[in-house]
Design a protein around this ligand. Structure first.
Ligand code: SAH
Length: 399
């Protein structure tokens, strides 16, 4: 059988030598052995130097995703068993235990944990996986069987229903991959607060685990405050503010389903629903209406969706961030707190901070940075994969 391999164009081996996990289509000179989508291929520099073994993705601009840079490796069930063991052990050592049947965390963070394009989130005794690349897709049965064996979970749901899959030539798939996954939301506990996660229909795998630390930290500023939680989803930041004694919380989102869950969570956690307003609205419009009616808040959270999908959207996205931050700063009472985030990987912290600084000048507020936020320990970033760092935030006080 012919060896499946790709040979790079001259000079295109640099990123692979630095162990970056992606190779773009333009880097490849020759494809040998007719690999099919998801097949493992050996990767060689133009001068014949072995670089690694990668998953081949003929329809994607990211043509190859490296599994390993080791020459003797084989990509098989044992390989994935080892990757999963490492993920489980690293999470355990960071305080996330797979045997805790109430907790929720990210067990596998794609490239950063050695399975490009594969995310596996744990919610209580259910795992929800999203596969976005051909290589992981090809090995998904092995991955799910091993996951079930190692975790003894109740069920695994595959939520491979993002449009990103179409770019890889992969079909949309949403199905139970193992065991039993209830149709009703899965209850889990995050830092003492109960959450219901709709793994079937919620955003992504059902919940935004990446903001766990921020919700906890920002919540601590909630005592006695009038809180405005923009882009609330199921109300997380607001619930932590209530836990800390907020005097009122307004949760704003465009998603009716998310707000319905938020409503039930207020009751489930025993908070006074009289303190909470749930508002189905566009944040841009809502902030303007507050400005026009001169309403003020003591603590505002801005946790928008990704505004910047590609480099072409950088300017427009930057304007979006400036707009909401400017409006929010204007609505803050004296010494008010703003927790502002960006989950756009293409928006780097430096630029984000500049945008916020510009907004502060335009709002005529003196603003201090109290804290910077990044990703929690279950969303690690490989040093060889800067793209893995997407989430950033600033905690600010405005005089
Ligand atoms: N802060 C949340 C996660 C926010 S995710 C948490 O801690 O769980 C971003 C949310 O923004 C989604 O729920 C989405 O429905 C909402 N959204 C997107 N565009 C919006 C807009 N223009 N106005 C209001 N909500 C919006």
């Amino acid at each position: 059988m012919p060896m499946k391999a790709v040979v790079l164009a001259p000079g295109k081996e640099k990123s692979a030598l630095r162990k970056h996990p992606w190779l773009f289509s333009g880097a490849i000179q020759k494809v040998m052995g007719s690999p099919e989508s998801g097949d493992s291929v050996e990767v060689y520099a133009n001068n014949g130097t072995f670089l690694g073994i990668a998953a081949y993705s003929p329809e994607s601009q990211i043509r190859c995703r490296f599994w390993t840079f080791k020459e003797k490796a084989e990509i098989n069930r044992e390989f994935f068993s080892d990757v999963l063991d490492k993920a489980i052990e690293s999470r355990r050592s960071r305080g996330f235990d797979i045997n805790d049947t109430k907790s929720a965390f990210r067990l596998v963070n794609a490239e950063n944990d050695g399975i490009p394009g594969c995310i596996i989130d744990k919610y209580a005794d259910i795992y929800c996986a999203e596969i976005l690349a051909t290589g992981a897709d090809k090995f998904r049965n092995d991955i799910f069987e091993l996951l079930a064996e190692k975790t003894h979970c109740r069920g695994i749901l595959e939520r491979s229903d993002s449009d990103v899959r179409l770019k890889e030539g992969l079909p949309i798939r949403k199905e139970v991959a193992y065991g039993d996954v209830p149709k009703t939301p899965v209850e889990m506990i995050e830092n003492g607060i109960k959450f219901d996660v709709d793994v079937w229909n919620g955003h992504k795998t059902g919940y935004y685990l990446d903001q766990r630390d921020a919700r906890f930290e920002v919540g601590r500023y909630g005592k006695g405050k009038r809180v405005l939680n923009c882009f609330s989803y199921t109300g997380g930041f607001g619930l932590f503010a209530l836990q800390n004694g907020a005097s009122s919380v307004t949760e704003i989102d465009v998603s009716t389903d998310a707000l319905n869950i938020a409503r039930s969570l207020i009751q489930k956690n025993g908070f006074d629903s009289g303190k909470v307003i749930l508002k189905e609205a566009d944040v841009f419009t809502y902030l303007r209406s507050c400005r026009d009616s001169r309403e003020t808040f003591d603590l505002i959270v801005l946790d928008p969706p990704k505004f910047i999908e590609s480099k072409a959207h950088l300017n427009k996205g930057a304007r979006g961030y400036k707009d909401i931050n400017l409006l929010a700063l204007k609505l803050l009472a004296p010494n008010g707190i703003l927790a502002t985030f960006s989950c756009s990987g293409l928006m780097e912290m430096d630029l984000f901070q500049k945008i916020v600084a510009d907004a502060a000048v335009d709002a005529n507020r003196e603003v201090q940075i109290i804290k910077r936020f990044g990703q929690p320990a279950d969303h690690p970033v490989k040093t060889t994969f800067p793209e893995g760092q997407y989430l950033k935030g600033l905690l600010l006080e405005a005089r």
